[in-house]
Unconditional design. Structure first.
Length: 105
């Protein structure tokens, strides 16, 4: 019996790639660039539009209504470690900022 893989989370990352989390728990990387040469997918070269990607039912969709079949997303992506793509927050303090910014010499 074939297992169906629904998309549960999507995160756009650099270089027109998507970090996808599927219903089986896999985190996979999907490169959209090869598809941006035809049809409605050409519009995704606009970074603002590309970043509008969201989960819609069991797959992904952009604000221009472009979408992919969830099974294609699963089969054409590669499994990755989600922690590698986690965004870490940086904290700033007065001690680490340039002194001139705060009027000190």
């Amino acid at each position: 019996m074939k297992t169906y893989h629904a998309v549960k989370k999507v995160k756009p990352i650099d270089d027109f790639q998507l970090l996808l989390t599927f219903s089986n728990g896999d985190t996979r990387l999907f490169d959209v660039k090869p598809y941006m040469k035809k049809g409605i997918f050409k519009e995704l070269k606009d970074v603002k539009l590309f970043n509008s990607v969201h989960v819609s039912f069991d797959t992904i969709e952009w604000n221009n209504e472009a979408d992919f079949d969830p099974e294609d997303l699963f089969l054409l992506s590669k499994k990755v470690n989600e922690k590698k793509y986690a965004v870490t927050s940086r904290t700033h303090s007065i001690a680490t900022e340039p002194a001139m910014k705060y009027g000190r010499k």
